[in-house]
Write a protein that binds this ligand. Structure first.
Ligand code: ADP
Ligand code: ASP
Ligand code: MG
Length: 454
């Protein structure tokens, strides 16, 4: 039986009409049954700027952004010679964007909810254009399959955490069965949006920046896909970010566990949550370049043949180290519980943690500091000290916590760089530490040379 394949194309793979046609060709060749698309590159940023401008600046400035977004997509629509129905749909979506921005401007308030509604337009517009590209490619190959547009919000049910909504797995499975049961017949290529979802009350949500990878994985789980493909602008997951280190090389195969660590600790190539649904359903994930579809790419699977000590490294910028100290922690119990309860109440996630007898240090994304109430609540139970402008450097591999001498080799390689915090032991697959932001790239480059370029 033919395999059921879900393919996701990121922003650069949707950059213009040529990119869309190239990506549609990839989807055709792969016999994809479902294509999940991002907004065209830069559009989500433009929509965020629109929300902020409409809230704070003159209407004229907001209008200029609307025109920019409109023109960009109109150009693609014209190049693709889209049908009048889809052209009308495009105009309708631009109209919706303008009305939302006007509402924000009049109220002088761009809530996270309003921002989600605005941002959803990026994917909704790009998918309208892509379904046209897909139909053209299918027609060119005289395929019997039809391209069909789907509003993903009909199946991707989420909770109400606007800006970073949580997909509701059971509901999604039910909705996929209801709306997508025809998929295994292989007569259709469904084109839909990444990144966005809908609450039970019908409000539009987003899954957090870069969330289209996650959407595609959730949909792959929902339709019981055999393979999930993530098509981007690099030929697979590399040993580190190629932009940071030109010597980085593509990895042929990596385990779910290692790739999850890599994504969580900063490798932008996959949204951190992407592998959760794939792991739940044991769906292999392929990562490849839509610009060079013949290149080998990377397979992410449960079991892999090789288990190198260090396979890859990542860097997570804009970290803050929050240290909480109180003598009351001495020989007392319950302090960690109180701290984690506060983080939990504020829905803030911690990346790395170390403790001493009277203090606890945790790393957080710097955007967390905007939450003044969190810091105020923490200050009620401990002295709070915040250090900013840090980067978390991670080495990802196997058996890391049981390998004698590894720590020495790592720190000998960067002996002149001050290390502010170390996390080792909890994971077989990860060794991470904090350095100042300006030293982060150099630390990765040196460690890459030492452990990977050998
Ligand atoms: P898309 O828009 O397709 O989702 P992203 O920009 O989100 O693409 O992710 C792809 C980018 O991730 C690459 O261009 C690369 O710079 C970056 N990246 C970071 N770490 C890695 C890594 N280990 N391997 C490959 N790419 C990486
Ligand atoms: N368009 C969204 C973003 O830029 C989601 C994605 O591309 O994955 O964050
Ligand atoms: Mg991405």
């Amino acid at each position: 039986m033919a395999k059921l394949i879900v393919s996701k194309f990121g922003g650069t793979s949707m950059g213009d009409a040529a990119c869309m046609l190239r990506s549609a060709e990839v989807a055709y060749r792969q016999s994809s049954s479902m294509v999940v698309v991002s907004a065209t590159s830069g559009t989500t940023n433009d929509l965020i700027a629109l929300g902020q401008t409409a809230e704070r600046q003159s209407w004229g400035e907001a209008e200029a952004l609307i025109t920019k977004i409109h023109q960009k997509h109109l150009k693609i629509a014209k190049e693709l010679k889209v049908s009048s129905a889809n052209m009308q749909m495009l105009e309708q979506l631009i109209e919706e964007m303008s009305s939302l921005a006007k509402g924000v401007h009049l109220l002088k308030d761009c809530s996270v909810k309003a921002m989600d509604a605005l941002m959803s337009l990026g994917e909704r517009i790009s998918s309208i254009l892509f379904v046209e590209a897909m139909a053209q490619v299918l027609a060119r190959h005289q395929s019997a399959k039809k391209a069909q547009w789907l509003d993903v919000r009909d199946v991707l049910r989420t909770d109400e955490t606007f800006g970073k909504a949580k997909p509701l797995t059971n509901e999604i499975l039910g909705l996929c069965q209801k709306h997508l049961a025809f998929l295994p017949e292989m007569k259709t290529v469904v084109v839909t949006q990444g990144y966005i979802g809908r609450t039970e009350d019908g409000m539009t949500t987003t899954l957090g920046r870069g969330g289209s990878d996650y959407s595609a994985a959730i949909l792959a789980e929902g339709v019981s896909a055999d393979v999930l493909e993530i098509w981007t602008d690099v030929a697979g997951i590399a040993t580190t970010d190629p932009r940071l280190c030109p010597q980085a090389r593509p990895i042929n195969e990596i385990s779910f566990k290692e790739a999850s660590e890599l994504a969580t600790f900063g490798a932008k190539v996959l949204h951190p949550a992407t592998l959760l649904p794939a792991i739940r359903k044991n769906i292999p994930v392929f990562v490849g370049s839509s610009f060079d579809a013949e290149a080998k790419g990377t397979w992410v699977r449960k079991d892999v043949d090789e288990h190198p000590l260090i396979r890859a490294m990542a860097i997570r910028k804009k970290q803050v180290l929050v240290t909480l100290s109180t003598p009351e922690m001495l020989h007392a119990h319950g302090f960690l519980f109180q701290i984690f309860k506060i983080f939990n109440d504020h829905k803030v996630s911690i990346d790395a943690i170390t403790t001493s007898e009277i203090s606890v240090s945790v790393t957080l994304d710097d955007s967390t500091l905007l939450n003044k109430k969190l810091i105020a609540d923490l200050s009620e139970i401990a002295d709070v000290h915040v250090e900013e402008n840090l980067s978390l450097v991670s080495l990802i591999g196997n058996n890391i916590n049981h390998t004698a001498g590894l720590g020495k080799e790592i720190f000998d390689t960067i002996s002149d760089i001050n290390v502010r915090m170390i996390c080792l032991g909890a994971s077989k697959h990860n060794f991470c530490f904090l350095v100042s932001e300006d030293k982060g790239p150099e630390a990765v480059q040196r460690l890459h040379k030492k452990f990977v370029e050998v």
